[in-house]
Design a protein around this ligand. Structure first.
Ligand SMILES: O=P(O)(O)OC[C@@H](O)[C@@H](O)c1c[nH]c2ccccc12
Length: 257
């Protein structure tokens, strides 16, 4: 499934390239004001930090929420105390778009993450052109030379890579990049199975100084507490915030952990 999601995302980017050629998107990327400092925003603190996600649907959970006004939701996340906002830009299975990212960028002053299946430099340029400050790279979807190339391009453009892992081996590959911001996704993107304890098992293996992000499967404040006590500096929350009623109240409960 991960290979298919990635192949589709690359095909969709190739189609966009017909009307927005590489050089045009590159120029737009370079014309953007400097990216926000996400490492500063997500720096480990006495309290857990939250990356709040704008997510309409997913292949594993189906349709979650309509979200007709992503800017309004992003503003609520900001008011509720999120430290960064993740915007799913994958269209086929997650119902997102680069337009969502651009809208959210204009609505808040928090760092914004492009959450997608990135496998080409063009997609990284698109992210910056739309105003992204962070870009997700999924280790399981990329070979080492591609991972290195995309990581370095993200850094060169002044953005922060969030390197997603799902095993000790992938964590080592992330460490070898010199990654400063590393996530562990509780969900296996090939089988969609959840392992809520994976983060806790991998946390001791993070490289020194890296910010530790626990991704997925936070449904309650108790789940946040579980990740926090296993060593998470940051939790990335989607479903619970888009389906759980008042996002501001939910965020406050998560941040009170
Ligand atoms: O909705 P959840 O279980 O809170 O998960 C959010 C986020 O971790 C999840 O959307 C995610 C993590 N890594 C990804 C990679 C691609 C797409 C989606 C994801």
């Amino acid at each position: 499934m991960l290979a298919e999601l990635t192949a589709n995302a690359v095909a969709d980017a190739l189609a966009r390239r017909e009307s927005a050629p590489f050089a045009v998107v590159e120029a737009a990327a370079l014309a953007r004001p400097a990216a926000l400092d996400a490492l500063e925003a997500l720096r480990p603190a006495a309290h857990v930090k939250v990356i709040a996600e704008i997510k309409r649907s997913s292949p594993s959970r189906g349709s979650l929420a309509t979200i007709s006004d992503p800017a309004a939701l992003a503003r609520q996340y900001e008011l509720g105390g999120a430290s960064a906002i993740s915007v799913l830009t994958e269209g086929r299975k997650f119902g997102g778009s680069l337009a969502d990212l651009e809208t959210v960028r204009a609505a808040v002053s928090l760092p914004v993450l492009r959450k997608d299946f990135i496998a080409t430099p063009y997609q990284v340029l698109e992210a910056r052109a739309a105003g992204a400050d962070l870009v997700l790279l999924i280790v399981a979807a990329l070979d080492d030379p591609t991972l290195r190339e995309l990581h370095d391009l993200i850094v060169e453009l002044g953005m922060t890579p969030l390197i997603e892992t799902h095993s000790a081996d992938e964590l080592e590959r992330a460490a070898a990049l010199g990654a400063r911001l590393i996530g562990v996704n509780a969900r296996d993107l090939s089988t969609f199975e959840l392992d809520r304890d994976l983060f806790g098992r991998l946390a001791p293996r993070f490289p020194d100084g890296a910010i530790r992000v626990a991704e997925s499967a936070v449904l309650s404040a108790a789940d946040v507490a579980h990740y926090r006590s296993s060593g998470a500096d940051v939790v990335l929350v989607g479903e619970a915030l888009v389906t759980g009623g008042d996002p501001i109240a939910n965020l406050s409960a998560f941040l009170a952990v």
